[in-house]
Design a protein around this ligand. Structure first.
Ligand code: NAD
Length: 295
């Protein structure tokens, strides 16, 4: 007799969630139901992945593991809990929730406590690597959990999305690490953009400047990928939205405040991103370069 399939629910089928859910379906050994607030997206992803499409999050009540890949902590809490802290998804006792969104670690702990009050367990497992690595199943995943049994239940599902899993510590540590990584990445993005604006205004070709940085010490993920593939030719299609990057650096800023040390660099990066966000709204984050260049 073979083991029954683990019943997995997946909420949030956007840029990242769609390919991540598809990889769970491809792995086999899982009975997958997917849900997005956008009905058309639910239908399309369910059909492409060979999964069941749910009409609401509450329909995922028969799932053993429920994954969220949503924009913010507030959206995650709203999707999972009613205003009185009761679960919107009447799952079986002991069900494991896995928040793979880039959420605020302090809010993650609050949501975890509320879910625990309903008899459920929460682990955090945010990812890095954009859509391409979500598609190829090579994301970096940071797993935080207070409960080892819950982590052990979540791991086979997470492994369907990538085997590059780092166990970071207790609940919220994955989300803390993710925000700090994105703060470092955003800093290099803002600093490189600032350097390239100055380069261009002084008569240098930004494309050549990026090539020089890539064989010099200014090299980073941004100079290797973001600027040559998305900024220099004006494609602006990294798939990572400006509001999401700004949210991540704000999370890092409040995390730094909570640890009681000054954050002058983080403060400056937040300010630069917020100015671009105010002017541009919901655009690809790489487009911020254009805004800073025009100012
Ligand atoms: P996205 O906006 O493309 O997708 C979010 C999806 O959630 C959308 O399809 C939306 O309809 C759905 N949704 C919103 N509210 C919902 C609700 N209440 N119930 C069900 N579905 C709901 O965002 P994304 O780029 O896929 O990012 C998701 C998370 O992953 C974010 O926290 C982001 O910061 C993080 N992240 C993004 C990237 C990237 O490159 N895009 C990389 C790593 C991590």
């Amino acid at each position: 007799m073979t083991a029954p399939d683990v019943r997995v629910g997946f909420i949030g089928l956007g840029t990242m969630g769609a390919p991540m859910a598809t990889n769970i379906a491809k792995r086999g050994g899982f009975d997958l139901s997917v849900y997005d607030i956008d009905e058309r997206v639910t239908r399309d992803v369910a059909e492409a992945a060979g999964a069941r499409g749910a009409g609401s999050a509450a329909e995922l009540a028969d799932r053993d593991v429920i994954v969220t890949m949503l924009p913010t902590s507030a959206v995650v809490a709203e999707a999972l809990l009613d205003p009185r802290g009761r679960s919107r998804i009447p799952a079986a006792q002991g069900a494991v929730f896995v928040d793979m969104s880039s959420s605020d670690p302090v809010e993650t702990r609050a949501t975890g406590a509320a879910l625990e009050g309903n008899g459920y367990r929460l682990v955090d497992a945010p990812v890095s690597g954009a859509r391409t690595r979500a598609e190829s199943g090579t994301l970096t995943i940071m797993l935080g959990a207070d409960d080892e049994a819950a982590a052990a239940t979540a791991i086979p599902v997470i492994e369907a999305m990538s085997e590059r899993i780092f166990r970071t510590g207790g609940l919220g540590t994955g989300h803390a690490m993710k925000a700090l990584n994105n703060f470092a990445a955003a800093t290099s993005f803002v600093a490189t953009a600032e350097a390239l604006v100055a380069a261009r205004r002084f008569g240098l070709d930004p494309a050549v400047a990026v090539e020089i940085m890539n064989t010099s010490t200014g090299q980073s993920f941004n100079t290797l990928k973001v600027f040559p593939d998305h900024v220099i030719g004006g494609q602006y299609a990294t798939g990572f939205a400006l509001p999401l990057l700004t949210k991540d650096v704000r999370i890092a800023q409040s995390l730094e405040a909570a640890t009681g040390h000054d954050s002058p660099v983080c403060d400056a990066v937040v300010q630069a991103l917020e100015a671009a966000l105010d002017a541009l709204g919901n655009v690809d984050h790489s487009r911020a370069y254009e805004f800073w260049d025009r100012r």
